[in-house]
Structures are given as C-alpha cells and as structure tokens.
Design a protein. Structure first.
Length: 255
C-alpha cells in the first residue's frame, strides 16, 4: 500500500492515484498547524511511495512551493489539486462552521470538514489545539456555541438519538464500569446500542478477538492493567452497526 499525506486533498478520490486507502491523512485548517503536522511525519519523507496532495481551496501554489523547499520534498511527490466532487464518495460526517467558546476563550474556531466512508482520518495538533473538544462536540457529548454537525444525515443537536446510533466513540478516558468483567461490560454496551440475541453474541466475540482480551474477559476490569482497560474501551467503541468510529488517543497505554 502506498503511503499518502494529504493536506485537505479529500475532494479527490485516492483511487484516482491508484491507491485504495491513505496511510496517513492530515487535515490542517491553519497553515502553521499544517507545518507542525507535517514535521511530525518527517522521518517518512525519503520513502519512494510517499506523496502529498494539496487542495487549492486552502493552500495556494506559492505556499506549497515554499514549504516543500524548506522541508526538502521532491516536487514530483506533490500534487496541487482543484477541489473535485466526483459523486463517488459517501460523506458520513459533515461539520460546518463549528465554534466553541468558554467565556472570552475560543477553544474551537469556525471549523469545517467532512469525513467520507471507508477512510481513516486523524486530528494532529499541539496540546490545547481543540482536538478533544471537537471530538466531544461531534459525538454529542458537549454542546457547541455555534455550527452544525450532521452524521449519516442526522443533525446531532436536533436528532441526537438517531445521530449517535451511527457513532462508536472512545473518549480520552475510557468509560468503563470497573466492578464488571470485560464480558459483562461489553454485553451492557451492546444492549444499550440495541443489539440482541445471536447478533449481539457474535459482535461481542468479534471485538474480544479483535482487541485480544480473551484471556481477561472474565476478570474484573478494576484488576486489569491500563493497557487492557484501554483495549476494553476500544472494544466497546467497535460494537454496534455504526457508520464511523471516533477514538481519542486510542493507543495510550497499549504495548
């Protein structure tokens, strides 16, 4: 699989470049954040399969040429695209002009983006950039000052139940009941998500296998290590017939 870093190049389908899914994606609304994000992946720059895709709507040619020169990126690895909407991508998440203020402090400032089905996206940014705040808002755990969030066609502020059915969410601190075993806890989450009977049993067995917690499934969560607790948190986010899974720092504590 080829490795791609894309700075807001999501308007064009990646299979136009002969690639099914990107390995890395960077969505950076502000140019300084783009530079910080790119620098975090600088160790990969020498890879022959590494390319950059820029969207002209956000990054002008002068900016792109300046930074690829500073970063030592070959121009042959850079694509500067007009925004393309080919109608083949299915948008699951749509966030428009999202803003969150705490008094005079603005935590999220006029943020807009879309998430298409079948891809992996990541928020990259320094501490305090608003990543967790944004994830809490777009999953319905926190109100917004203004803006719109639509999930699978449902406004999360107007139709929260319908919208949340499409989401699997792992917050920064996993929401675990430590007096239960992973098996008991996952059954509780599955029932809360509307799963029943064989489908519920099948999905629980599936996420237990995926997260490799078979050997601790009957042990109290309070007795588990941080890494295993994190795995249980990931497992609950994967349950249900969701359209998208959102995970906040999912690899914390994992070996």
């Amino acid at each position: 699989m080829k490795i791609i870093v894309t700075a807001a190049g999501r308007g064009k389908r990646f299979y136009d470049f002969g690639i099914n899914k990107p390995k890395y994606m960077i969505y950076a609304r502000h140019k300084p954040l783009f530079y910080w994000s790119i620098m975090s992946l600088k160790s990969f720059f020498d890879s022959e399969e590494f390319i950059f895709i820029f969207n002209k709507d956000m990054y002008d040619e002068e900016f792109v040429n300046t930074w690829i020169k500073k970063l030592g990126i070959k121009k042959s690895k850079v694509y500067l695209l007009d925004k393309v909407t080919d109608g083949q991508a299915t948008t699951v998440y749509s966030v428009k002009h999202l803003t969150k203020c705490y008094g005079e402090f603005t935590a999220v400032d006029d943020l807009s983006f879309e998430i298409d089905e079948g891809h992996v996206y990541g928020f990259l940014g320094p501490n305090g950039a608003g990543k967790s705040t944004t994830m809490n808002i777009i999953t319905g755990c926190l109100s917004a000052t203004s803006g719109q969030v639509t999930i699978d066609g449902h406004d999360i502020f107007e139709e929260p139940k319908e919208a949340k059915r499409a989401i699997g969410y792992l917050p920064e601190i996993p929401p675990l009941y430590t007096n239960e075993t992973p098996e008991e806890y996952l059954k509780f989450v599955a029932e809360a998500k509307g799963l029943k009977g064989k489908e519920m049993d099948c999905q629980i067995e599936g996420v237990i296998s995926q997260t490799r917690i078979q050997n601790v499934r009957k042990r109290l969560i309070s007795k588990l290590s941080k890494g295993y607790r994190q795995r249980v948190g990931i497992a609950q986010a994967l349950l249900g017939n969701t359209k998208v899974t959102i995970q906040d720092e999912p690899t914390v504590g994992l070996d």
